[in-house]
Design a protein around this ligand. Sequence first.
Ligand code: ADP
Length: 380
Amino acid sequence: MAALLTLNAGSSSLKFSLWPDGVTRGAGGQVEQLGGAARLVFDGGDGEEAREIGPVDHAGALEVILDALAPALAGRRVSGVGHRIVHGGADRRGPARLTAEVVAELEALAPFAPLHQPHNLAGLRAARAVFPDAVQVGAFDTAFHRGHPWVNDTFALPREYYEAGVRRYGFHGLSYEYIAGVLAAEAPELHAGRVIVCHLGNGASMCALKGGRSVGSTMGFSALDGLPMGTRCGQIDPGVLLYLMDRRGMSAGEITALLYRESGLKGLSGITSDMRTLEASDDPRAGEAIDYFVFRLSREIGAMAAVLGGLDGLVFTGGIGENSALIRARAVERLGFLGLAVDEAANAARAREIGAGPVRILRVETDEESVIAAAVRAEV
Ligand code: ADP
């Protein structure tokens, strides 16, 4: 099989992985700080190396990436490119070939995800220009959740808003799809049962899985709802936004900046959005930011257990979920009544199974790229 490339284009970075034989992951990395003093971080298999590359846009970044990949490609053709795309709309339940018609639909969804969708599509345009003959495939963060029940899809607004697309989409779907696959392979009885997955990174959300399918997510219309995150607020009373607009005269742009970039762990601590740094700090505000994160995590686990009508398993993933024994332990510390308890030694040892109660608790490293690669493989 010819080579495949997977891309994850954000506002300031372009992440990539090469699959030289279409199946095995090869070199990867990212171009960071797009539009500014960009750097290429490249891992060809012997650890990461970084170098400055000067200002580039998505297209320029892809040229740099291709140069870096040339030795690994060794003349092989790239026959398919997979793109992580945040929004697939109300009806798309799986990946799609990015034909002109599909791309037009995805462009029309940009107002629903203005901070992500345009950049995802810029990555697609760059890849089209460089690989005009390759199959381009989109894998959507919303698709995994689209089968969830109506009560979890709607807000209590007049019906016309639902029809116009104001729905609870849920995100991080590629990560949840990967985790569901791991459960199917390693713990089929859990896969068949009721599981809550906590994807805790800079962005954080939770998904309720029943029989391997999403029946609920803490993220809603946007990637702001639910858990507090690195810089995003999580659940907030809409009355706060009305007050900010009406009484403080804040514009939509100012509120967007506040909710997406200045809130969450960063806003609460006044120090940083980075959980590892907060854990290492002895500033009381760092401790309070962690307290709030843990409180909301426990609260949402309780809510998701109710959505599922009981619980068979809990999975932690994402940078915080995979690496922070403290957060894993504290998240369930008051949830013994649900059958959740952490085995301290297994938790500290980063074991796969870290539960000590009747409900299994797992630590799983997520791999969204492999889900995108599988989507492309199915199309080439
Ligand atoms: P993204 O959502 O951008 O992909 P990640 O999944 O990489 O982010 O998660 C980043 C978060 O994981 C940061 O808050 C970081 O501090 C946290 N993290 C990584 N390693 C650790 C660790 N050992 N202990 C606590 N937090 C960690």
